[in-house]
Design a protein around this ligand. Structure first.
Ligand code: SAH
Ligand code: SF4
Length: 358
């Protein structure tokens, strides 16, 4: 039965639900197919993006997130421009060719100016040799344009869930946390010319397998270039923690995330898919397992070590006490163990983006 679905050109929501429920031999068939699609369309190559979590100060209160504004137990920090530029330099020297700047969401003029200035400095310092992805939340069209013109080529803004009702259950009910606004932002990013990335959390309270199937169809309909999705991991200092008893066991959330990646790879053959850190939080080899069945991007954390323990979106986050060097040294061997090669010094732009632009 699974074979018939896997041979189709396009999946219905029902097909996807069946695939996401696959176990045993059927699951192996799914993974074999997604691995073959990966090899054929994006090759067995992995691109590294140095992740710099430069501030945990956030104006929002997403009910799942450990660094939400109302969590007063968090030590708030801001990595200095100098340290950010040093981390970018480290990425370049380590042949990563791409960095991701991520932080809590702020929208004030000082923040917007600061990021614009940083982007210009990064471009000068690296002579345009490094690709910059931003993951800085919802902003005005003008801000997105300014950052694009200052040198950012990619943007990650997860929709978190494509089900508007579920989205409302995961966020405070106010204008700062509007599903429609988030959708608009994704549309705007694409129209400006960014390589546009989004994603969802997997295994959220109240989320059904149909919701997840619709998430994958949403990515396809919107013509997204890059996806980062991973398991939801509860954090005890958040309101959503109350529903922890309703969650799938961590191991099942992990397996479901792998299946989501595999099905997505079959549906969207030439996009970039990240093996996210949350996978590694559940299984030490989680990211490598994801590479094997379809993912092709890893984001090693290169945030200066002293800040790392304070960017805890969820609990048991890995690598919070390591130096960037330690992380990158072992990574290549781990990637090779999964049968892939690291594409050193390559930008690894999303093929989906390059083809739609041409
Ligand atoms: N503030 C920005 C970027 C930082 S948050 C933004 O929200 O877009 C980056 C991502 O972390 C979010 O999109 C969310 O999907 C993920 N995240 C937050 N809390 C999480 C949790 N408890 N478990 C798993 N992922 C989480
Ligand atoms: Fe802030 Fe992003 Fe966390 Fe929401 S998910 S509280 S916007 S850091």
């Amino acid at each position: 039965m699974i074979e018939n679905i896997l041979n189709k050109d396009a999946f219905t929501s029902e097909d996807i639900v069946t695939l996401l429920s696959a176990e045993g031999t059927e699951k192996q068939l799914l993974f074999a197919k997604s691995a073959a699609v990966k090899e054929q369309h994006v090759q067995k190559k992995v691109y590294f993006r140095g992740l710099i979590e430069f501030s945990n100060i956030c104006r929002k209160d997403c009910l799942y997130c450990g660094i939400r504004k109302s969590n007063t137990t968090v030590n708030r920090y801001n990595v200095s421009d100098k340290e950010i530029l040093e981390a970018v330099d480290f990425a370049l020297k380590s042949k990563f060719a791409s960095v991701v700047l991520q932080s809590g969401e702020l929208e004030n003029t000082a923040f917007v100016d600061r990021v614009e200035n940083l982007l210009q400095k990064i471009s000068e310092q690296t002579e345009g040799k490094i690709r910059v992805t931003l993951s800085l939340g919802e902003q005005t069209e003008e801000t997105y344009k300014r950052w694009f013109n200052a040198g950012a080529q990619r943007f990650l803004l997860r929709i978190e869930t494509s089900n508007a009702d579920l989205y409302k259950k995961l966020h405070p009910n106010d204008s700062l946390h509007s599903f429609e606004q988030r959708l608009n932002c994704i549309r705007t990013l694409k129209s400006i010319g960014y390589q546009t990335g989004t994603g969802v959390m997997i295994g959220l309270p109240f989320q059904t397998t149909e919701d997840l199937a619709n998430d994958l169809l949403f990515f396809k309909e919107r013509g997204i270039d890059m996806i980062g999705m991973g398991p939801y991991i509860e954090h005890e200092d958040t309101p959503l923690y109350e529903f922890r008893d309703q969650l799938l066991p961590l191991k099942e959330r992990f397996e479901l995330s792998l299946k989501m990646i595999a099905v997505l790879r079959i549906m969207m053959k030439n996009i970039n898919i990240a093996a996210t850190t949350a996978l590694q939080a559940i299984d030490k080899m989680g990211r490598e397992k994801a590479l094997k069945i379809g993912a092709n991007v890893i984001m090693p954390n290169i945030t200066p070590g002293i800040y790392r323990n304070n960017y805890l979106l969820y609990q048991n986050k890995p690598c919070t006490d390591e130096n960037a060097d330690d992380c990158s040294q072992c990574l290549e061997a781990r990637v090779q163990m999964s049968g892939d090669e690291v594409a050193w010094d390559e930008w690894g732009d999303s093929k989906h983006f390059l083809e739609r632009r041409d």
